[in-house]
Design a protein around this ligand. Structure first.
Ligand code: HEC
Ligand code: HEC
Ligand code: HEC
Ligand code: HEC
Ligand code: HEC
Length: 469
């Protein structure tokens, strides 16, 4: 109040200002709330119509721009201590037009060339990288030089629409057609890396499995557990689907029979021992070892199987929980479609459950991995010792009959260590199980060496006899 008792101009101004600010604040809040609501309903706003033939992820991206942006980021290459990937410049040629490739594992793990002697893997085997590269890396790997079957394409491209087209609506028929083609023919039918339609129903956006080999494989595994006629798309829980969409590809596999049918070796169960028994039963071999003549098996990326033996699987933690964690964008919670190493997003991927500082989670994980790598190195050395022994026995004129048992141990030791080496978490997904498998592999290599000595070196046997005298 002024002396005259009338409100002064100053107060009037102040009142106006305060109410103005309040008004603005309220308006801003309302706008913000409105925006958040809009964001929250974004998934319901369809800019374009999607159907069961919409293959191109860019079209889906019009309805789900945030998801599409993250999906495109799988082309980023960032290395972690034991995972991720490092971008290596590559001089493009007509034969291989890639500018950037990933690091060769044959150089960082020298024993691998000996383990795979005589097989295409000993020529070119690299660090895996993001989903954006899956098709080109398969097309241009030097392993293509030996002429691969169309079956390869199942896990390296968006195959749902191509399979449907080839099978005139029936993906099983399309699957069989792709498998029996030559790779060069099969690749003409595909055009994208794994895409929205491979994991989602276009109508409801619900997760779904589209890979015939997984549908058959998981049904075989369930039948082994006593569940008949398991249909993954109607019987799996949502939490299971958050793993199964990944397990369509991140698994051990082989090409079965003349038709090169993509098959997952799960009819005895999901462990390495079950897979080994399965391959023994069907008398399968991937190649013949160039140095020893042994009939060999090659294991590849059993992330799903290894995960299934670990602590997190027992606690119901899915692949998506760690590799596609929820994150906040504005007011919205979305699943991170930048699928990558969780070590690059510990906050979202791990701290939701593990209430401890980020750096401690990092070292916790790295300690597991460092121990693991050391054990792998020891195991591979043991295998190379056995290969050396069989090779020199062969050169010294040992007969196939004399080598047979040692070759059997080589086949087994090699499959066990390869199964762990090919699994890409460096022991994290199931640390105790990987250590167990490696210990068995070392034992098999040493058993092979002992057998060989027994077969070839009569004095050793006599020595044993004299010791028991
Ligand atoms: C509890 C969290 C967790 C779960 C669950 C999990 N992973 Fe992992 N995964 C990790 C960690 C940690 C690494 C190691 C990353 C690193 O070394 O940078 C890893 C590594 C990987 C890699 C190699 C990545 C790279 O950057 O080299 C792949 C592929 C992978 N996991 C796939 C899967 C699949 C498929 C599943 C489900 C069957 C799964 N993971 C379940 C945490 C998890
Ligand atoms: C069951 C699914 C599946 C099939 C079938 C498959 N791949 Fe893969 N491939 C993967 C997965 C998962 C990765 C990433 C993990 C890894 O590299 O270990 C991968 C990685 C690769 C890579 C990059 C790393 C490397 O090995 O240099 C190449 C190249 C490759 N595959 C080629 C092939 C070829 C050639 C075939 C056919 C003989 C094939 N793939 C069949 C799932 C598959
Ligand atoms: C259609 C088959 C397919 C499906 C489905 C699939 N992946 Fe992959 N994934 C691959 C292939 C192939 C690669 C290797 C690509 C390359 O090296 O060029 C790969 C690479 C990766 C990597 C390594 C990324 C990096 O930056 O090093 C991770 C992690 C991964 N996948 C996790 C997952 C998870 C989690 C899921 C499920 C949400 C999943 N994948 C679903 C085939 C698949
Ligand atoms: C390898 C499998 C895979 C691919 C490929 C994939 N998604 Fe997803 N998506 C998932 C998973 C897993 C979830 C989590 C679903 C759940 O928990 O029910 C998800 C969830 C979603 C959701 C639901 C909201 C959310 O964020 O959780 C939307 C929308 C979505 N994805 C869009 C897309 C789009 C668009 C593409 C292609 C650009 C795509 N997805 C590609 C696996 C995939
Ligand atoms: C959804 C919850 C959840 C998420 C996400 C999760 N964990 Fe776990 N983690 C668990 C549970 C539960 C256990 C078992 C602990 C127990 O039984 O006391 C566990 C155990 C572990 C262990 C001990 C493993 C062992 O074999 O003994 C490590 C290491 C670990 N987590 C690291 C991680 C890392 C790294 C991440 C992120 C990449 C992660 N966790 C994400 C729930 C989770």
């Amino acid at each position: 109040m002024t002396e005259s008792g009338k409100p002064g101009i100053g107060l009037l101004l102040l009142t106006a200002l305060v109410s103005g600010v309040t008004c603005f604040a309220v308006a801003a809040l309302l706008v913000n709330v409105f925006e958040r609501k809009q964001e929250a309903t974004e998934t319901l706003v369809r800019v374009v119509a999607l159907d069961d033939d919409t293959e191109d992820p860019a079209v889906w991206g019009k309805n789900f721009p945030l998801h599409y942006d993250d999906y495109l980021k799988t082309a980023d290459m960032v290395q972690t201590m034991y995972g991720g990937s490092e971008a290596i410049p590559n001089a493009p040629t007509d034969e291989d037009p890639r500018n950037i490739i990933s690091k060769s594992k044959l150089e960082t793990i020298p024993q691998l060339r000996r383990m795979w002697a005589g097989y295409a893997f000993s020529k070119d085997f690299r660090e895996e990288r993001g989903h954006a590269f899956m098709l080109e890396d398969q097309i241009y790997t030097e392993r293509q030089k030996v002429g691969q079957p169309g079956t390869c394409i199942n896990c390296h491209a968006s195959t749902y629409v191509p399979m449907k087209k080839l099978g005139e609506g029936d993906i099983m028929v399309g699957f069989e057609k792709l498998n029996t083609m030559k790779y060069d023919e099969a690749k003409i039918h595909v055009g994208h890396a794994v895409a929205c339609i491979d994991c989602h129903d276009s109508e409801t956006m619900a997760l779904r499995v589209t890979r015939p080999a997984f549908i058959e494989g998981i049904a075989a595994a369930k039948a082994h557990e006593g569940v008949e006629n398991y249909d993954v798309n109607t019987m799996a829980t949502r939490q299971e689907m958050r793993t199964f969409v990944c397990a369509q590809c991140h698994v051990e596999y082989h090409f079965n029979g003349e038709k090169k049918r993509l098959t997952y070796p799960w009819s005895n169960g999901l462990t390495v021992d079950n897979a080994w028994e399965y391959y023994e039963e069907i008398n399968f071999k991937d190649w013949t070892h160039a140095e020893t003549g042994a009939p060999m098996l090659k294991a590849q990326h059993p992330e799903f199987e290894m995960w299934s033996q670990g602590t997190h699987a027992r606690r119901g933690v899915s692949c998506a929980d760690c590799h596609m964690p929820y994150k906040r964008v504005g007011g919205k919670k979305i699943s991170d479609h930048h699928v990558r190493s969780p070590m690059l997003s510990i906050n979202n991927a791990c701290q939701t459950c593990h209430k401890m500082p980020e750096d401690q989670i990092l070292t916790w994980t790295q300690d597991i991995q460092t121990r693991h790598r050391k054990l792998v190195d020891i195991t591979l050395d043991a295998l190379v010792d056995l290969i050396d022994d069989i090779k020199s026995a062969r050169e010294a004129g040992a007969t196939d009959e004399q080598l047979k048992e040692a070759q059997h141990w080589q086949r087994k030791a090699s499959f066990y260590v390869d199964y762990v080496e090919a699994e890409n978490s460096s022991g994290f997904h199931a640390s105790q199980e990987t250590a167990r498998i490696l210990a068995e592999s070392i034992d098999y290599s040493r058993q092979g060496q002992l057998k060989l000595r027994e077969m070839l070196n009569k004095p050793l046997a006599e020595e044993k006899v004299s010791k028991t005298d």
